[in-house]
Write a new protein. Structure first.
Lengths: 200, 227
């Protein structure tokens, strides 16, 4: 072993175990970058580690309270988020971006619609209705089975768009089924506001 | 009927709209009384559409018109299955070339405008209507799997730089002739790449394309040519 390498090893072995506080001393941007790289794409795997991370990186834990991006990939997560926004309306009002990779198959509970009503300042909404089927072997069969049910869920969600006046980016993936936007002129002709302002 | 189209139209701050499979079901809808989206600052529009009537086409034209000053990226594709199944609807598209309707004169400054026609779509009627009702086709830069019938209006696509076109085996010589005339007369001045597909792949098709003057013309002009 060369002298320089021996020197490095000695240096490492003799240095004291670093305090966990060094994580808190990281620049906020760097800390955010580190945690964004693993959160929220691996959210379900990540959740069990949240209490540990809250201890070793309290600064990040505080940052999480100010997060404006949310990711919903299962019903459980949707319920948790909706409850959180109901109990802490300011966090819902601060939400700016929401990725949804899950849709209620029966559309009866309306959790997603409730969720959207609690994030009025949302600027970016992504609904990926195909994601739940994409990794399954029986992709097409399952899509056929749930097609009508998902259609009603999405239809309900589309109507909640009116509660999202700040929305700047809207993305919906529901391939091979057609996202339907209905319009009946006779029903709405009497309205003279909003999109009908130009109607003679 | 949910009138969800109006919910979409109400998003006045919208800048990016990405829906790879969208249908508009517009009923009882006089085209002369077109509702207008409240959003006017779209920069990116990505629609995969199923056109069933001129009403549907008009919705898209109106959305683009409303944001023509800000749009930079447009990606459109359409699945013709609905029209193929119901010839009556295709006729409705044909009839809607009514000259009394609004003509959409687009003044777009796009970085890219791609139009993709999935395999099997035979909605040439849509392009005939678009060519009659607007200058939208003039702005296309990439046309993927275009139907052979598009050749009739191809000459207006002055910004096109990349096209793959599906020619009918029965009329392949005439269609190659038409393409050659368009290119020779500089009607496609920005064309960089031309790909030919035939409705039935066989050796005779390939031989016809291989020996057609279009191939040499493309070679001479430095236009990529593949089949």
């Amino acid at each position: 072993m060369s002298d320089s390498n021996q020197l490095r090893l000695n240096s490492i072995s003799t240095s004291a175990t670093p305090s966990l506080d060094y994580i808190n001393r990281l620049p906020t941007e760097l800390l955010d970058y580190v945690f964004q790289s693993i959160y929220p794409s691996d959210e379900r795997e990540f959740q069990p580690y949240r209490p540990i991370i809250a201890r070793v990186a309290p600064k990040w834990n505080e940052m999480m309270k100010r997060i404006t991006y949310y990711h919903v990939d299962c019903e459980e997560r949707a319920i948790i988020l909706e409850k959180m926004f109901r109990e802490q309306p300011t966090r819902g009002e601060a939400a700016r971006s929401l990725d949804v990779e899950y849709l209620e198959p029966d559309g009866r509970k309306g959790i997603l619609q409730e969720l959207l009503f609690r994030v009025p300042a949302l600027s970016k909404l992504k609904l990926d209705a195909d994601s739940i089927y994409r990794e399954q072997d029986y992709y097409y069969e399952r899509m056929d089975e749930t097609n009508g049910e998902v259609k009603w869920t999405i239809s309900g969600i589309l109507m909640t768009l009116r509660s999202l006046p700040a929305l700047e980016e809207f993305e919906v993936r529901w391939l091979n089924n057609g996202l339907l936007f209905d319009y009946d002129w006779y029903i709405h002709f009497s309205s003279r506001s909003g999109p009908f302002a130009n109607v003679e | 009927v949910n009138n969800s189209l109006l919910a979409l139209y109400s998003l006045e701050n919208l800048t990016r709209l990405y829906i790879p499979d969208v249908m508009f079901n517009v009923q009882n809808y006089p085209l002369t009384l077109t509702p207008t989206p409240l959003f006017t600052r779209l920069t990116e529009l990505h629609f995969g559409m199923r056109f069933c009537s001129m009403n549907d086409v008009d919705v898209v034209l109106r959305i683009i018109k409303n944001s023509e000053k800000t749009l930079k990226i447009v990606y459109l594709s359409h699945n013709g299955s609905d029209v193929d199944e119901a010839r009556g609807k295709e006729l409705m598209l044909q009839q809607s070339q009514d000259i009394s309707l609004d003509y959409y004169d687009f003044n777009l400054d796009l970085a890219s405008f791609a139009w993709y026609v999935p395999n099997g779509s035979k909605q040439a009627a849509v392009f005939a209507v678009l060519a009659k009702r607007s200058n939208l086709l003039h702005h296309i830069t990439n046309f993927m799997y275009a139907p052979g019938a598009i050749i009739e209006v191809l000459g207006s696509m002055r910004r096109l730089h990349d096209i793959s076109i599906r020619l009918a085996t029965e009329s392949i010589v005439e269609e190659l002739d038409s393409l050659e005339i368009l290119i020779r007369n500089n009607r496609l001045p920005k064309l960089l790449d031309l790909s030919i597909y035939t409705t039935r792949n066989n050796l005779r098709d390939n031989s016809t394309i291989q020996h057609h003057p279009l191939k040499k013309l493309c070679d001479d002009l430095g236009i990529g040519f593949s089949f």
